[in-house]
Write a protein that binds this ligand. Structure first.
Ligand code: NAD
Length: 440
């Protein structure tokens, strides 16, 4: 089967590469000439573990190619996937569908034979019907169907998530489209991964409901963490004790500096907006959005306390700026709220991130970048762990404490314990949802 993939971002590129690995012929299209040039040279524009090797293997096998030309990609394809961005629209929180609708128009102009137009981007309920109308209007003679196929992969574990999904969700309107989708996912179907086949609206809703639920779970434990600090409980034990309950599960129960990333912030806002539009308010999701902003502000207060009430003139070492480890994605990362507060307050910030520097240099002005945590801590007044990269999990804390002007640590991912910090010679340590200490 020939598949065209529109958009070679975190989702489109991974999906295109994995579909080609299933044995399909895949042509990936992007509007961005720089991305296509890199891909044609065999370079991967994003950081995603394992993607370079899998991409090279399938290009070599002649199943995977890249182009700027949508006509060339669509020619002879039985399915065209739309995997373009759906960022938050400025002003009202709604998902911005400009890129999706532009892609639909382009497909309409380029296609001539029966094709299934599959939306992989996360889109509000009703969008697939809108895509259908847009295509019919632009090319009334075209025979086509639409399908909704939201993506659940996680950056940093994207290939595994795509190849071994908990489920695949497919929304269709008829058997013909369902058969094309079944053919595309046959390798997963044969290995008995569940496929949920449903209508367009339910498929669209599943994606938002799943993301809002996960954001709620994270926010719930973050709020419990704040209470733990007040009552003298340890949120790590609380998460463990809660998570062992099979009805709750231990995932997304790690307290931290607030959720971020390319999906949860925009998808919670979009769901809240859909609720308002249909006069069916998503009150829990609205509260989650508000509490998550408060969590980030609470982190800044923690850092201020550790700096004696002012950032002015302090040197702060920041470990990690990406929204989570194993990605270079900085979209809506907590660092984008916390680091500007440090810089704005007069601190000198030295940051280190295994993959985030390239994006970070543009998004975090006024920051000095170094390549290891020990250099970052030299004469620093505060060490902040913002992203739990493996590289930061086994630091020689005594060496770091010895280099610092004042050995204070804000461990916003609970990587270490108060005991570790005390033993290493830190004079003050704060983490999330646990009692910290100040020696002086
Ligand atoms: N990033 C994730 O972890 C993730 C996970 C699940 C779902 N999603 C959803 O998938 C969608 C894509 O997300 P992403 O993170 O891959 O976005 P991205 O911004 O990384 O990539 C989008 C790509 O589409 C290209 N593009 C836009 N319009 C185009 C057009 N008309 N023709 C060709 N290319 C075009 C852009 O140049 C860009 O390269 C979003 O709706 C997102 O919510 C993302």
């Amino acid at each position: 089967m020939k598949i065209a993939m529109i958009g070679t971002g975190y989702v489109g590129l991974v999906s295109g590469v994995c579909f080609s690995d299933f044995g399909h012929e895949v042509v990936c299209v992007d509007k961005d000439p720089k991305k296509i040039e890199m891909l044609e040279r065999g370079e991967v524009p994003i950081y995603e573990p394992g993607l370079d090797t899998l991409m090279a293997k399938n290009v070599e096998a002649g199943r995977l190619s890249f182009t700027l030309d949508l006509h060339e990609a669509i020619d002879g394809a039985q399915a065209v996937f739309i995997a373009v961005g759906t960022p938050t629209r400025r002003g009202d929180g709604h998902a911005d569908l400009t890129y999706v609708m532009a892609a639909a128009e382009e497909i309409a102009k380029a296609a001539s034979d029966y094709v299934v137009v599959v939306t992989k981007s996360t889109v509000p309920v009703g969008t697939n019907r809108q895509v259908k109308q847009t295509i019919s209007k632009a090319n009334p003679d075209l025979e086509f169907d639409v399908a909704s196929n939201p993506e659940f992969l996680r950056e940093g574990a994207a290939i595994d998530d795509f190849m071994k999904p908990d489920r695949v969700v497919v929304g269709v309107q008829n058997d013909r489209a369902a058969e094309v989708m079944a053919e595309i996912y046959r390798p997963l179907y044969l290995r008995e991964f569940p496929i949920v086949t449903t209508d367009l609206e339910s498929a669209e809703m599943i994606k938002y409901a799943a993301n809002a639920f996960l954001a709620t779970k994270i926010t719930f434990i973050n709020e419990i963490a704040a209470l733990c600090e007040k009552v003298g409980a340890d949120v790590k034990s609380v998460s463990k004790g809660m998570g062992m309950d099979g009805r709750i599960g231990n995932k997304f129960l790690h307290a931290g500096p607030g959720y971020g990333g390319s999906c949860f912030p925009k998808d919670t806002k979009a769901l809240a907006r859909i609720g308002q539009e249909y006069a069916s308010p998503m009150q829990i999701t609205e509260a989650v959005i508000k509490v998550n902003e408060e969590v980030k502000r609470r982190m800044i207060d923690k850092l201020l306390d550790l700096c004696g009430g002012s950032f002015n003139g302090k040197t702060v070492a920041v470990l990690g700026v990406t929204f989570k480890p194993n990605t270079d994605d900085m979209r809506d990362a907590p660092s984008l709220t916390i680091v500007p507060a440090l810089v704005g307050g007069g601190a000198k910030v030295r940051a280190v991130d295994p993959q985030g520097q390239h994006e970070g240099e543009e998004m975090l002005p006024g920051v000095n970048w170094v390549d290891d945590p020990y250099k970052a801590s030299q004469n620093a007044d505060l060490l902040v762990i913002l992203t739990e990269w493996n590289e930061f999990r086994a630091l020689d804390l005594s060496k770091i404490a010895g280099k610092m002007a004042t050995a204070h640590m804000a461990d916003l991912r609970n990587v270490y314990s108060p005991k570790d910090a005390k033993r290493a010679g830190f004079a003050a340590y704060e983490s999330i949802g646990r009692e910290g200490f100040t020696a002086e």
